[in-house]
Design a protein around this ligand. Structure first.
Ligand code: ZN
Length: 337
């Protein structure tokens, strides 16, 4: 009896101690893994970062679970990419009733409109119908139905938000902007940490600078006629604009819409005619379509690119810095021969 009472007492002590410890740190939710890593770099020891869409996860088709709403409800700060990437975020925030400050990491980025750089495969049908937006907002008030609603209209969101390409993090210069926004947002939520956030941000910006120079040098070393490549979905528009490669994809800027047979046929013709150097699969996408395209054209599979999510910590792309270095390694490995 005594033992049992002691066990209960110590269990209660642990249960009591855990939240008190967690409260010492700023409780920050990042929408997806790449952003979570950037936030962790700026926040350092002062923040506890939770990521909604984890490693190898696809944020385009994410459906928040009740546990996600709970996590959001308890957050001090939420960091989202913006640019329409997280079509599910507004509803999640509203349903959770959270009082958290919200940081939009991409604020100040010059958006690329999709289709601007010839990335216009795969979204010919059903582009931007405004009524979908009202529809989504009108449904957002009921807690219990949050999950079901997410399932309902996620088929439309890719089109609603398709006006801008959300994948701004594929340009290192944009991530430097993310760092500034995150630093300011964390300092506003936790003024005592302002100096720490500024110092962390400065150190991380130096690493980003080095990475940016590395990517530019790697691309400059590639033969001029081997700079066009195929990926599953159009995630590399900002990378293309910043570093001078050309990407074509059978799917649009969201993975929600399936590639049409016409788009795939057009792409196959393009690969045959233009002598595209290599085809890359993505960590978040089913590789079968790309395997088919490669076998029909004789293009080789150049490797796996990490587009919208990190790998797990043991994988080759566990942080933003290693992800970008991994991608450039895959690209130069396939294109420089
Ligand atoms: Zn994407």
């Amino acid at each position: 009896m005594l033992t049992r009472r002691l066990l209960l007492a110590s269990a209660a002590a642990i249960a009591f101690a855990a939240p008190a410890f967690a409260q010492d740190k700023l409780n920050v939710i990042a929408s997806f893994s790449i952003l979570g890593d950037v936030v962790q770099n700026v926040g350092g020891d002062r923040v506890e970062v939770t990521t909604l869409v984890g490693p190898d996860g696809d944020a385009h088709v994410f459906q928040p679970a009740p546990a996600d709403a709970q996590a959001v409800a308890g957050a001090d700060v939420i960091v989202a990419n913006g640019l329409g990437f997280e079509g599910w975020m507004d509803r999640l925030v509203e349903a959770s009733g959270t009082k958290a400050a919200i940081i939009t990491a991409s604020e100040g980025v010059t958006p690329i409109a999709f289709g601007e750089e010839g990335h216009d495969h795969g979204h010919a049908e059903g582009e931007a119908h405004d009524h979908d937006h009202e529809h989504a907002e009108g449904e957002a008030h009921d807690h219990d139905h949050a999950k079901e609603e997410a399932g309902h209209d996620h088929g439309h969101d890719g089109h609603d938000h398709g006006a801008e390409d959300p994948h701004a993090w594929q340009s290192v210069i944009n991530v430097a902007l993310y760092v500034g926004n995150i630093e300011r947002g964390l300092a506003a939520a936790d003024p005592d940490g302002a100096e720490t956030y500024a110092a962390n941000a400065a150190a991380y910006l130096a690493e980003l600078d080095a990475l940016d120079a590395e990517i530019k040098a790697a691309v400059a070393a590639l033969p001029e006629n081997r700079r066009t490549i195929v990926t599953s979905h159009d995630a590399f528009g900002y990378f293309a604009a910043a570093y001078g490669l050309t990407f074509v994809a059978p799917q649009g800027v969201s993975t929600e819409a399936e590639a049409s047979a016409q788009d795939v046929a057009a792409l196959i013709t393009q690969i045959r005619d233009a002598g595209i150097a290599a085809v890359f699969v993505e960590n978040i996408a089913d590789p079968r379509l790309l395997d088919q395209i490669a076998s029909e054209t004789g293009a080789k599979i150049g490797g796996t690119l990490y587009s919208d999510a990190l790998s797990g910590p043991e994988g080759p792309a566990g942080t933003y810095l290693t992800m970008m270095r991994h991608n450039i390694g895959q690209l130069t490995g396939a294109l420089s021969q």
